[in-house]
Design a protein around this ligand. Structure first.
Ligand code: PMP
Length: 315
């Protein structure tokens, strides 16, 4: 489906892709006050289905609450809106739900507090990336740089809030790292411990095969991270949430990132030093394949994590 045919749900109405716009002086654009969540859609034996829809929706409402946006929409209506958007946009592989202040404002605290909600079900690759002429394949394993400048926003806005403004620092750091030849960065928390990537969580595999990942206090709790921990538990694979200094990466046998777009993504090097033997390790490979099977609805143990769009109420 071309974007000219795509429709975006805005406050209950499906509007054409090109008309889903805001004013250049809108509060959300000027102050970065937009709050969002992002989830994946998969073709499964039961048709197009959203992965862990209710977990994403709960996190969206939590972000809205942390930022303090006065959003008066109930979860059931937005849930129906997400499923309706997927049905209206065949071939969509992702859904982005945003709450934003469309009003043109001068001050930091808006005079017009009306919050709008937009839900876009689309295909990031076919709709956005490829039309820009980008055809590159992602590397099999990532070259990562540790960004040691500590997150400054944490004191005012907790990392659990998925707000547009939170991504500005990581964007600058990642852009600089890209120019220096790296694929990705890892951020440290206020205490200098390993936190997460700009849009991913991080896992280490120690020499005994135990999964290690930073605890939820200083990170955005990823739905993929939670899924990997739950799959590990189900499979009897040892896993621990614990504080990790960046140096732990150099002692690990394997390391990988997790995220809605990334899935399970191996890390090859950190600060130009190989992690483990520098190749994709067996634990990472097994989890990557397992996670792919789970999201595509091929694993009956986790089929309940997928909500088919066809079965949802219209709205
Ligand atoms: N951390 C941050 C800061 C993120 O933006 C994301 C992407 N939502 C993640 C971690 C990974 O979360 P998820 O697995 O839910 O995509």
């Amino acid at each position: 489906m071309a974007t000219t045919e795509r429709r975006i749900w805005i406050d209950g109405e499906l509007v054409p892709w090109d008309q889903a716009t805001v004013h250049v002086l809108s509060h959300s654009l000027q102050r970065g006050s937009l709050v969002f969540d992002y989830m994946s859609v998969h073709e499964t034996p039961r048709g197009a289905a959203v992965f862990r829809l209710d977990d994403h929706l709960a996190r969206f409402f939590h972000s809205v609450h942390l930022v303090g946006l006065p959003l008066h929409a109930d979860a059931e209506r937005l849930r129906a809106g997400i499923l309706a958007s997927v049905r209206a946009n065949p071939g969509a592989s992702a859904v982005k739900i945003c709450a934003y202040l469309p009003s043109v404002e001068v001050e930091l605290v808006p005079l017009d507090e009306r919050v709008r909600v937009a839900i876009a079900a689309y295909d990031p690759l076919g709709d956005v990336i490829q039309p820009k002429g980008v055809t590159h394949r992602f590397p099999e394993a990532l070259r990562v740089r540790i960004e040691r400048v500590r997150r400054k926003l944490d004191a005012v806005l907790p990392p659990q809030a998925k707000a547009a403004a939170s991504y500005l620092g990581p964007m600058s750091a990642k852009w600089a790292a890209r120019r220096a030849g790296y694929d990705e960065i890892l951020l440290v928390d206020a205490a200098g411990n390993l936190a997460e990537g700009p849009t991913t969580n991080v896992f280490l595999v120690d020499r005994a095969g135990t999964l290690l990942t930073p605890p939820v206090g200083g990170i955005l709790e990823g739905v993929t991270r939670r899924s990997v921990l739950e799959i590990a538990k189900h499979d009897g694979r040892p896993a621990r949430e614990q504080t990790l200094p960046p140096a732990a990466l150099f002692e690990a046998a394997e390391a990988f990132l997790t995220g809605t777009t990334a899935g399970v993504w191996p890390i090859a090097t950190v600060d130009d030093r190989p992690v483990g033997d520098g190749r994709v390790g067996p634990v990472t490979r097994a989890l990557q394949e397992r996670f792919r099977a789970v999201v595509s609805g091929c694993d009956p143990d986790f089929a309940h994590w997928l909500t088919p769009a066809a079965a949802g109420p219209t709205g």
